[in-house]
Write a new protein. Sequence first.
Lengths: 106, 596
Amino acid sequence: MSPSPSPQERVHSEEFLHTLMRRQLKLSVICAATFLVVLLGLPLANYWAPALMATRVAGFTLSWLILGVLFFPAVWAISWYFIRRSIWLENDEVAQVQAAQEEAKK
Amino acid sequence: MSAPALPLGLFAGVDPWIFAFSFVTVVVTIWMGFRSARTSKTASDFFVAGRSVSVGWNASAISGEYLSAASFMGVAGMVMSSGYDALWYPVCYACGYLFLLLFIAGPLRRFGAYTIPDFAEGRYDSPVFRKIAVCFVLFIGFFYTMPQMKGAGTTLAYIFPGLPYWVGVVLVGAVITLNVALGGMKGITLVQAVQYWIKLFAICVPIFVLMSVYGFYGRHVGVNDGRSIAPAVGLSASPAAHAGGGDAAVTILRKPLGEKAPSDLAWVSPFGPLTTKAAKTAGLTAEEARPYSLLYTYSLIIALVCGTAGLPHILVRFYTNPDGVAAKKTTMWVMILIGVFYVFPPIFGVLGRDLLPELYAATGAKGTDKIVLELPRLLNERGGVWGSVLSGITCAGAFAAFMSTFSGLLVSMTGALAHDVYGRMLRPKSTAAERMFAFKISAVVIGAIAIGLGAQVEQLQINFMVGQAFAIAAASYFPLLFMSVWWRGMTMQGAAIGMLGGGLAALACTTIINLSDLKIVDLAAFWKVNPLLRILCEQPAIWTVPLAIGLMIGVSKLTAATIPSDIRMKMLVLHAPEKLGLKQEYIQEHSAGAGH
């Protein structure tokens, strides 16, 4: 391979695919981890701190309030962040490739 | 409004409002089906709605398709009968979409295909794998169809007391089959989108009216504090203690609970009746049962979250998006739409426990499962017809629920049969017109089989059947899609063995539980000694999902030589933005190389 590959080769290179997948996967894994901490943490909290989770808040137990009401907005927030970042990443990749193509034309 | 075709004797115990609202929902569904059928012309319209469904319509349609009879009636009934533990169902039904969004939605749409078996074949260049995938689409589809049919049968029997169960199954099945055969995917997209909004309206309007009359959500949870309900004040109801805020405008009235109802604290706390059943049967103490409950809870969570991300009839809808970014946006809106919906069914369950504890006396469709239909009628006690009007609205919502889910299932199964079996395996050279005709014939055949199966399952519980479909999807399709999209080392053999291993293990477990619950095989003594095995069998996801993924990795490593040679290109198509134009390049190369 020549020292400065053409844009077409660049898109098809191992390196490009690797970065592409790595960046998207990293974002997905961060979001999934946040979600899983809450989702899998709640049963643990119920298990180890039943008294705390049974505290009454406006009639609900704390655990009921988190699971039955607050859980939904939290998930919306995660997905909103993911969408914004993910679309930004895609646009960034397209911009990079296009910039490289411009470069090659000169 | 009358239906002269039906014998008049049937109308004896029928509430006119309930009948009117349900009738209007069915008529509107048929009418919209006919209307949109006129715009469905090409094969692409039939299979993927021309790939031109906008984000708003598609999100409404996916939500409409997803919110089934189990969500509409079953969740409320389960919260009423099992309390806190049942809250995991609505939460995980909604949150499973996050996994779909994070790992699957965008790449799956990018790969561009008509059905999931298309993806399976394209990703591994293997026609054999397409056949395996088709079998799973049909299999999970029929498993999921049965509870919808059961919902149709029981709801119609509720509206017309005395009507046999099978009439509802046949009626609803026939209406939807007609719709799908006429309009395909494009035809039902509009219907399902409208049905989502009917369902949201039908669940939230009655609950707001009920809460303003009988007191709000939090206060109804609040009265379940273990204090005894003041006895013998009146025949019907006794005022319970003020809870959660003192000077309330409405005193929460609470009827005494029946014998079969769980106690307040067991109901309102985690690790209640649902998750401790196996351990209790084995005679363990409350303290000893807790680890078992925790295990049950985790397995349930895994089954629901991964199952949601692996339901073929939901996944196929992602192909109707114009591109990968639209697929991601659609998923986010689906999460918002169904999240808003799922806040409400548990409120029905909570209010039902305080206001209609009589329902605890019976089980299933005659008991807590009908709380959503029964509760609004309480308002009739306060005079006027508003109770019947609101109950009519919830009945209309229930109709919308099983009609839209069934139509989605029918489209995905019909697509698998017409596109994958007929168009790819039997007659690869068939024309587009022939395939459309095949679509219509397949819709009628599958509709008929679904009606036949639905008529057999009157004895089974809606939620239980849905849970089984989720468990099988979680252990087969979710691992397949997740691994195929992100791991390039996957081979066809690995994917097939992993999917079959996980799916069949889950199926075996649910079959054992079914046989033992229907008393065909007597395992009661065995479960008593082995509560752990009972939990792992009833909720198998905690071991079947890792089993499927493990098999996929292991077998793929052994057969690494068979990784498709153009894997890098396939991965690029899955992950690179559409704007780079790689998809066209891939199709050209592929058709030049493979010759189809």
